[in-house]
Structures are given as structure tokens and as C-alpha cells.
Design a protein around this ligand. Structure first.
Ligand code: SF4
Length: 170
């Protein structure tokens, strides 16, 4: 296949170890178009397509999760069920992919959720938090009546622009 001088010069911008592969990709593309010679634009189009493919691969975002637990229940619960459920992507964590990670797990600090706002403000400034899970001990009545301050806590967290999920492991 014929190459124009400018097309060849453009191809030389590709790192040496991928140049043959790039040449083949360009020629295949030109052949698919039913043409017989490679222009500068053909090379630039293939490079551009490759760059957007690379960028889309690196743009995959991580979801940062914080879990808030009931302070009173934490006297009897080490939080393992919440953590194991997240690791196994079960129940309220089942929607998350590989890129989700736990960035914080803390107790509310006692009624009425004394330190949640302060700690979340710190986290927003330091690590990016996307979703806050309220532990199942706050939202279900398996251990005690659900947290009576839950509604106010959810509203307060949502006002910070964070998503709230009520529940963790059941
Ligand atoms: S505010 Fe709710 S979650 Fe916190 S200690 Fe009181 S009952 Fe538990």
C-alpha cells in the first residue's frame, strides 16, 4: 500500500515498539474504506481513536464508600458483618464493581449522631466520599429499634451532596 510522505512522518511519532502494529491498523482501516493509499488524515484518525480508547480505560472511576455505625451497638458488634458483606459484594453492596473501596468506617458518636457531620466534612476534604452506608443496625430492628434519628441523619448527609444507602449486610 502507498503511503504519502506526511503520513509516514506522522507514523514515526508512534513509539517504535508499537509502530508495526500502528502501521497495520492504519492500512486495515484504509483497506476497509476501499482506498489504496494512506494519507496524513488516515494516520491521525487512527491515533485519535487509539487515544480516546486509552482515555476511556483510565477514566474508570472508583466509588469511595463510608460506613456509619450505631455507637451503642458497637459495644457488642465489631462490624465484621458489614465488612464481609462489602468484600463479598452482597446485600446492600451487590451493585458495586471491583473499583468500589471502603475509605472510612466509624460510629455515629452517640445520639443523635453527634459526630457524623464533622467526620464526613473531614472526609470530603481529604478522601473523596461518594456513598455513605448506614449500617443495618441503624436501619433494621434485628438488634434494637431502628435509629430514631435516622431521617435527620439521612437528610444531613444528603445535604452534603453524598448518596445515602440505608443498610449494609441485611
Ligand atoms: S444516633 Fe442512632 S445510630 Fe447513633 S447511637 Fe443513637 S440510635 Fe445508634
Amino acid at each position: 500500500m502507498k503511503w504519502t510522505k506526511t503520513a509516514l512522518k506522522e507514523l514515526e511519532k508512534a513509539p517504535e515498539f508499537v509502530r508495526d502494529m500502528a502501521r497495520k491498523k492504519v492500512e486495515d482501516t484504509v483497506t476497509e474504506k476501499g482506498e489504496e493509499s494512506v494519507s496524513l488524515k488516515d494516520v491521525q484518525d487512527v491515533f485519535e481513536e487509539y487515544m480516546s480508547f486509552m482515555e476511556s480505560g483510565t477514566q474508570e472511576t472508583t466509588t469511595n464508600i463510608a460506613i456509619v455505625r450505631c455507637d451503642r451497638i458497637s459495644e457488642a458488634c465489631p462490624g465484621s458483618a458489614c465488612l464481609l458483606s462489602l468484600q463479598a459484594r452482597k446485600v446492600n453492596f451487590k451493585e458495586y464493581g471491583e473499583n468500589a473501596q471502603l475509605v472510612a468506617m466509624f460510629t455515629c458518636g452517640g445520639c443523635p449522631g453527634r459526630r457524623i457531620s464533622r467526620l464526613l466534612n473531614n472526609l470530603i476534604k481529604t478522601v473523596k466520599v461518594d456513598v455513605v452506608h448506614l449500617s443495618s443496625c441503624m436501619t433494621k430492628d434485628a438488634y434494637q429499634p431502628p435509629c430514631p434519628h435516622r431521617e435527620a441523619i439521612v437528610t444531613m448527609i444528603e445535604k452534603k451532596g453524598l448518596t445515602v444507602v440505608e443498610g449494609t449486610h441485611h
